[in-house]
Design a protein around this ligand. Structure first.
Ligand SMILES: [Zn+2]
Length: 186
């Protein structure tokens, strides 16, 4: 019992650190705001992160290949800049070159993850029971259950989305309008 205190505190600290570290990847994304609560948000991002971790030999090779490609482009650009644009500064040319290359690598990795994040979050929203268009991210909550296509982009609902739209129309209370006559009595 005595050891549970500090352990819980460490857990809370780690959780807070994770929340801060993940923020840039989800900040400003409408999908992030659509989760019903903090707990579902945390579970979703943990699932997305697990999906990024290679879990097979093939996965490790693909991961290393991606790292190599992401590193090679900024490295070559930095070498060219250091060799042709910077004045000769001895050791500093090499240091600046590596600084630029690593900064470029970090930016590319960030952009790559951020680019895939909306779609990954949409899949997690569907897992949480929040109907959302997987292609454009349109919030499908409160949509009449007879709809079969996204009103925003026109994509046909797949089975999971169609089921959530049907269930949402029948079960959850609409956010603004009062239920009108004609629906099934519950
Ligand atoms: Zn759509």
């Amino acid at each position: 019992m005595g050891s549970s205190g500090p352990a819980t505190l460490n857990c809370v600290k780690a959780e807070r650190f994770n929340a801060i570290a993940r923020r840039p990847y989800t900040k400003g994304l409408p999908e992030w705001e659509m989760f019903p609560d903090e707990e579902s948000r945390r579970k979703a991002i943990e699932f997305v992160e697990r999906g990024m971790t290679p879990r097979s030999i093939k996965g490790v090779f693909q991961f290393l290949l991606a790292v190599a490609i992401f590193l090679v482009v900024p490295l070559v650009v930095s070498m060219l800049i250091a060799a042709h644009l910077l004045p000769p500064m001895g050791k500093w040319n090499e240091r600046i070159m590596w600084g630029m290359a690593l900064t470029g690598y970090t930016v590319i990795v960030f952009l790559a993850i951020r680019r895939d994040m909306p779609k990954a979050l949409r899949r997690q929203l569907l897992e949480c029971g929040v109907p959302v268009c997987i292609r454009c991210g349109y919030d499908l909550r409160g949509l009449p259950s007879d709809r079969t296509h996204c009103p925003e982009c026109g994509r046909a609902f797949d089975e999971q989305v169609a089921r959530l739209v049907r269930e949402g129309d029948a079960g959850a209370p609409p956010s603004n309008e009062t239920p009108t006559a004609g629906g099934p009595a519950r």
